[in-house]
Design a protein. Structure first.
Lengths: 223, 72
């Protein structure tokens, strides 16, 4: 069995760290593309903090060396040949996506209400009251997208907004930002945070471009 | 939903949530080869949402990894 972490350009050097379970990392190169993986006799990936952080550490190490398309946690294949086949079959798409994330990073933004709120809709007893509370929640989310997301999106090459963030979050979004615009993005987020007393705006990252690793994820979709 | 204020988790837990959210919910999917079961992901996602919903402060992943007890 092999476990795969990320897809990168063929010039990528092996990351200077270890993989899941302390395994040594290998780089499989295939005609302009490469994948970083480790070999395992027995591995049952579980979404535990230790394992997910080990995956993340490898993906970040690849990112230090060049563009990376992170693979979803838990990606296992039978053999190196199978991994090579995946690179061959999806070659054009993977090269395009790699080019898109080159010299860019993912930043995460979460906006939450400053004042503690309860999920009012969940506490309503009548259907009508429930629906009214839900509608109010949706208006608040829409307003947050207009006030926060739209000005931030101007500084991004691509964005992904989660359509229904779990309350009380009003905005959960990811931004693909040019490496040299990260400071400007943070400054605008800080300014928006200062303008909106009712919101806490938190920027996280830079992250590997998990949310921009496939072509269909722009302005989208996810949850 | 309970009226009791939720206990704030340690900040490193929240940074971890950001990592889990990405590594389990996004990234390239190689169809047919992902071994992780849907049930695993749903459970994690559910607990993630509870944590994320309750805490506004976050740190980067590098800081989280430096905390003892989190690194593998």
């Amino acid at each position: 069995m092999i476990y795969a972490y990320g897809i990168c350009a063929a010039a990528t050097t092996p990351p200077p760290c270890r993989g899941l379970g302390g395994a040594r990392l290998g780089v499989l190169r295939r005609d302009g593309l490469a994948a970083v993986y480790s070999r395992h006799r027995r591995l049952r990936p579980q979404p535990t903090p230790a394992q997910v952080l080990a995956h993340e550490r490898v993906v970040e190490a690849i990112m230090d060396d060049g563009p990376v398309l992170p693979l979803r946690f838990g990606t296992q294949l039978a053999t190196e040949e199978r991994l090579a086949t995946v690179l061959d079959e999806r070659r054009e798409e993977l090269l395009r996506t790699l080019a898109r994330v080159r010299d860019r990073v993912e930043l995460g933004v979460r906006a939450l209400p400053t004042a503690p709120t309860r999920d009012r809709a969940a506490g309503e007893r009548t259907g009508r009251a429930y629906l009214l509370a839900r509608a109010a929640q949706q208006r608040r989310r829409d307003r947050t997208v207009r006030d926060l997301h739209e000005p931030l999106a101007e500084l991004a090459a691509a964005t992904v907004v989660r359509p229904l963030p779990a309350p009380p979050a009003l905005l959960v979004a990811a931004y693909l930002v040019d490496a040299d615009r990260v400071a400007a993005f943070r400054a605008r987020a800080a300014a928006l945070d200062a303008q909106h007393d009712e919101l806490d705006v938190v920027v996280t990252g830079p992250w590997p471009p998990y949310n921009f690793a496939t072509e269909d994820e722009d302005e989208s979709r996810r949850r | 939903m309970s009226d009791e204020p939720q206990r704030l988790p340690a900040r490193r837990d929240v940074a971890l949530v950001e990592v889990l959210d990405r590594a389990l919910g996004a990234g390239v999917v190689i169809t047919g080869d992902v071994v992780l079961t849907l049930a695993d992901i749903d459970l994690v996602d559910l607990s993630l949402r509870l944590v994320v919903g309750s805490v506004p402060t976050l740190r980067g992943p590098a800081a989280a990894r430096e905390e003892p007890g989190v690194a593998p």
